[in-house]
Design a protein around this ligand. Structure first.
Ligand code: ATP
Length: 583
């Protein structure tokens, strides 16, 4: 039974380090000391949650409630706790640094599983229990905690763990804790299939790597999605794939639908549960899908049945809401364009070739308004594909996605088995980039009153689990949007460069990579200022963006690890250069 103090002390070390190697070492040493009944909860706690993304209980713990719990625990007035909170900006730090309430000598030390279970009970009571009941439960847990333990116990309910540890780092540490780095691919594969790192850790500890290698997709657990690469022109698609299937590229919400008898769940690109948002799709799945258990994937768009046309993204996006769902559904019903099948009846379809999966979709779906198989043109002729692409653009769609006919479904991967093609690259950057914010700058001049003038943005490199800077972005938003962004960033501010961030620039405010913004720029250039691309093609200089501006604000459907990758930027730079030399 591992005491929670062991976790708390490792968390403090992790929080303070700026070195990823040190981070993996600390985490693997911690994981090594845990047994199979503890490792699952510990992994969730490191992720700052109480379960996988799609099933973690929500706390609904307000700042006010936490303040009252701290007042009761420490015997100090609420006003004093509020003052301390304003100074430290974090209830965890108030508990650890300012209050320092010692636990009574007789209190038994808290175990890891005990803390996890107490927090879970607290979260489950969050919706229904009385306010005083919740405060009492938190206070009785705090009474048994040391100041360092209290810091982390308080941070979980308000969602502010900020350890700076990404999933890739946890996977490396898990591999080392049970062998060496060669275990990483088998861990990653299982994680891609179930999106639950706690479950993967538990399986590794209780049944070993062979059991992980035998992992299969399961209805109810979101599978990490497959993504597409870009190329410079349609001829390149044909060169790489030969005869392939070409589908329209719809601009809506990617949905992974799980049907389990009468139950239906819809997961987002980010493995979030969006079921409540799309009741029309839920009903359509119940009536149109002929298998009792299935996992389907497609893009949902607002659809006008009278004119048989899809609405643009600006209209579809109105369906992304938590209130007024029935009204939005009546105004803009959705149609799911089904383009993949991962599971049907008792068969895991992910290893089957694309053509077989597509053929099964056609026999699986009954005709109806809510679900329709996405059309596909099978062709190896660049001219025919170009005409198909132009028809999609004329119909108001984004472009095409070409798919290799014999390819399996590659969970969590971006490869040339899927190639997206939106518009021609005419020398300038024509696509937006999703960048993770790693720091921000105070505003100058007219921006001074906003408290923010620019954000430092980075791409992601999964191999090294690093965020490398690409641009300082200072335009594209209204003053109100900048203020709202600053308020959100303040919640993720850290006192030093986060360990996974690689930067030559030192912004006055560092933030743990959490928020992703969509950025448009005139072009990608070489620049010695940023770290993205340093070392690619033996180049000592990195890439930068010319005239970058924020175009779509914070992308709520992206985690920092979903940011555009360093490799993609290098590819876009290459495409740009080639397009120029042709022009
Ligand atoms: P983008 O910003 O270009 O949509 P992305 O990062 O969201 O990119 P990509 O893999 O790069 O994801 O592009 C594929 C996306 O396009 C999918 O995530 C999906 O949401 C959407 N899409 C639309 N139509 C299709 C289709 N027929 N097949 C696969 N994906 C499609």
């Amino acid at each position: 039974m591992t005491p929670f103090s062991r976790l708390a002390s490792a968390f403090s070390t992790l929080e303070a380090t700026s070195s990823r190697t040190a981070m993996v070492a600390t985490l693997s040493a911690l994981l090594k000391s845990l047994d199979e009944d503890e490792v699952q909860s510990a992994v969730y706690l490191v992720q700052g949650r109480l379960g996988p993304q799609f099933d973690a209980p929500q706390f609904g713990f307000s700042e006010k409630l936490t303040t009252r719990a701290l007042a009761e625990w420490s015997g100090r007035p609420v006003a004093e706790i509020e003052r301390l909170y304003r100074t430290h900006g974090d209830h965890g730090l108030v508990a650890e640094k300012a209050l320092r309430v010692e636990k009574t000598g007789r209190a038994a030390p808290l175990s890891t599983v005990e803390v996890y279970e107490a927090l879970r009970a607290l979260a489950e009571a969050s919706g229904s229990g009385s306010v005083q009941g919740k405060i009492n439960a938190l206070v009785s847990l705090l009474r048994r905690a040391t100041p360092e333990e209290a810091k982390y116990i308080l941070r979980i309910p308000v969602g502010r763990m900020r350890l700076g540890v990404g999933d890739a780092t946890i996977m490396d540490a898990l591999a080392i804790s049970r062998g060496d780095k060669t275990l990483r691919p088998v861990i990653e594969r299982a994680y891609n299939l179930c999106s639950d790192l706690g479950l993967v850790a538990r399986t590794l500890y209780s049944a070993g790597p062979k059991a992980l290698a035998a992992f299969k997709v399961e209805v109810g657990r979101p599978v990490k999605m497959q993504f597409a690469e870009r190329v410079k022109d349609i001829a390149d698609i044909v060169r790489r794939m030969g005869k392939c299937a070409v589908e329209p590229k719809y601009d809506g919400f990617r949905c992974q639908v799980h049907k389990d008898g009468t139950g239906v769940r819809i997961f987002s690109r980010n493995q979030e549960d969006n079921t409540a948002m799309f009741p029309d799709i839920v009903r359509a799945v119940a009536t149109q899908v002929k298998a009792s258990r299935a996992i389907l994937e497609g893009e949902a768009l607002a659809y006008d049945a009278q004119t048989d046309t899809f609405f643009p993204f600006q209209v579809t996006v109105q369906r992304k809401r938590t209130h007024g769902i029935a009204e939005a559904e009546a105004a803009y019903p959705l149609r799911l364009n089904v383009f993949d099948l991962l599971y049907a009846d008792r068969t895991d379809m992910t290893c089957e070739p694309y053509q077989k999966r597509r053929a099964r979709i056609r026999t699986l779906l009954k005709a109806g308004a809510g679900l329709a198989p996405a059309p596909a043109l099978v062709s190896g002729d660049a001219d025919e594909i170009t005409r198909y692409f132009e028809t999609q653009i004329a119909d108001g769609l984004e472009g095409i996605v070409a798919k290799r006919l014999d390819s399996p479904y590659e969970a969590g991967k971006r490869s040339f088995n899927w190639i997206k093609f939106k518009r021609a690259y005419h020398g300038a950057l024509k696509d937006t980039l999703d960048l993770a914010i790693v720091g921000y700058f105070a505003g100058r001049g007219a921006r001074a009153k906003l408290g923010i003038g620019a954000v430092l943005c980075a791409v992601y490199d999964a191999k090294s689990d690093r965020f490398r800077t690409l641009a300082k972005v200072a335009s594209g938003q209204s003053d109100d949007a900048w203020i709202a962004l600053r308020t959100r960033l303040e919640k993720h501010a850290v006192s030093h460069r986060p360990a996974r961030v690689d930067s030559r620039i030192e912004p006055p405010y560092w933030v743990e990579p959490t928020l992703v913004v969509e950025v448009f720029a005139d072009e990608i250039t070489r620049s010695p200022v940023h770290t993205a691309g340093v070392g690619t093609d033996d180049e000592p200089t990195g890439f930068a963006l010319r005239f970058p501006r924020i175009v779509r604000g914070v992308r709520e459907d992206r985690q920092p690890e979903d940011a555009t990758t360093e490799r993609e930027v290098a590819r876009l730079f290459g495409l740009q250069r080639r397009a120029r030399s042709k022009a």
